[in-house]
Write a protein that binds this ligand. Structure first.
Ligand code: COI
Length: 375
């Protein structure tokens, strides 16, 4: 660990007391845990416990607990199963070289969780409960945070309507859960450029829709285009706006940036259809901190194509919590196919990725006060 200062260097006081802990009767053995923690696949294995809070219209948020990870029995009429009353978050716990464990801007996730809940007519979880659930959970599951480079404990908080009623209404019963998966990066194989299919037939979000909410439905809707892009040999899908079909929005699960040859950077402006990525906003701040300009505005596909063809746009990258910062090497659609730059990760992409991960893993000064110690 380097010589640096971190704004939140002491572990935050634990609110674990507010959560009763129901220990797993047969937790993973040490050997099983070591095997699962060492597995670098994203989102495939899970820890022994989960956090849970139940909300009812009459009683509010109640029964904060850490309980054994396992199936959640549900009435077949539960509203999430019919009307997709679901939202989620994704954030990571990072193991530093001295063994301590840190979160990256968790309050930003807590606030976005509230915004998503509002949009989906779900009750808003207090930031203190969101944070308290993570702290209580981490106090039990700290040994599950991996140590391998670029690995982390991926935390997945989510909220589901468990109301037993087939009428369409805001649910009167909701469950908040937090599960966690020791994971490597979303894209295996290091900083390998991905290819992107620009989707013209399907849209991810429309004006006034749920595009800026982190709700499962947005991701479900991205699967058909993703399968079709995969069949054409592309890794990911980039969506255009539904109103004109001309303007870039985002990928199925990541925001997108384009780097100009003068080092300035463009990214689609948050227009209500785009997820307000925590990584997106951090990348903007990191790039601006290097005295490079970031412009958030509408970017047309035509401008992007011309820029890549002329060399005016030299790099494209995607970013998100799971994907970190991922270079884009190739883009195509039904009427074009372009290699971005020389198809290899560019210097601005690599530098911002390095700066971000250096902060997240405690290798660099946390000048923005983003990191919070939990263990
Ligand atoms: C994340 O980056 O945390 C997400 O929620 C995206 C998902 C596709 C893994």
């Amino acid at each position: 660990m380097g010589d640096f200062t971190a704004a939140n260097a002491a572990p935050a006081p634990s609110t674990a007391g507010a959560f009763r802990i129901v220990a797993h009767p047969s937790p993973a053995t040490e050997a099983e845990r070591i095997e699962r923690v060492g597995d670098m696949k994203f989102g495939m294995s899970f820890t022994d416990h989960m956090a849970r809070i139940t909300w009812t219209a009459d009683g509010g948020w109640d029964d904060r607990r850490i309980e054994p990870y396992g199936p959640i029995p549900m009435d077949p009429a539960a509203s999430v199963l019919h009307y997709a009353q679901e939202i989620f978050e994704g954030l990571k716990a990072y193991r530093w070289a001295d063994g301590s464990v840190w979160l990256f801007r968790p309050e930003a996730n807590a606030l976005r969780f509230q915004k998503s809940a509002w949009r989906m007519a779900l009750p808003e979880l207090a930031v203190e409960d969101f944070m308290g659930s993570i702290r209580a959970f981490m106090s039990v599951e700290k040994d599950w945070v991996p140590t391998a480079p670029e690995s982390s404990l991926y935390l997945r908080p989510f909220l589901i309507g468990t109301d037993v009623f087939l009428g369409l209404r805001a649910p009167k019963k909701v469950d908040y859960l937090l599960i966690a998966s020791p994971s490597g990066p979303y894209f295996a194989g290091g900083v390998k450029p991905v290819s992107i299919w620009v989707e013209k037939d399907f849209h991810r979000a429309g004006p006034g829709g749920t595009g800026s909410a982190k709700c499962g439905g947005n991701y479900a809707a991205s699967l058909r285009p993703q399968i079709e892009a995969g069949a054409r040999g592309y890794d990911q899908v980039l969506y255009l706006d539904a109103a004109t079909g001309l303007v870039l929005e985002e990928l199925g699960g990541m925001n997108v940036f384009a780097v100009r040859s003068d080092g300035s950077v463009l990214t689609p402006v948050l227009n209500g259809n785009i997820l307000e990525g925590v990584t997106r906003s951090s990348v903007i701040q990191l790039i601006e901190d290097q005295d490079l300009k970031v412009v958030e505005r509408n970017i047309t596909l035509a401008e992007l194509r011309e820029g890549i063809d002329s060399g005016e746009i030299s790099e494209v990258f995607a970013c998100g919590t799971a994907a970190i910062v991922t270079p884009v090497g190739r883009m195509g659609s039904d009427d074009f196919e372009v290699t971005v730059g020389d198809g290899q990760p560019g210097p601005v992409t690599l530098a911002v990725r390095q700066r971000l991960t250096d902060i997240q893993y405690g290798r660099a000064d946390d000048a923005f006060g983003w990191m919070q110690r939990v263990v």
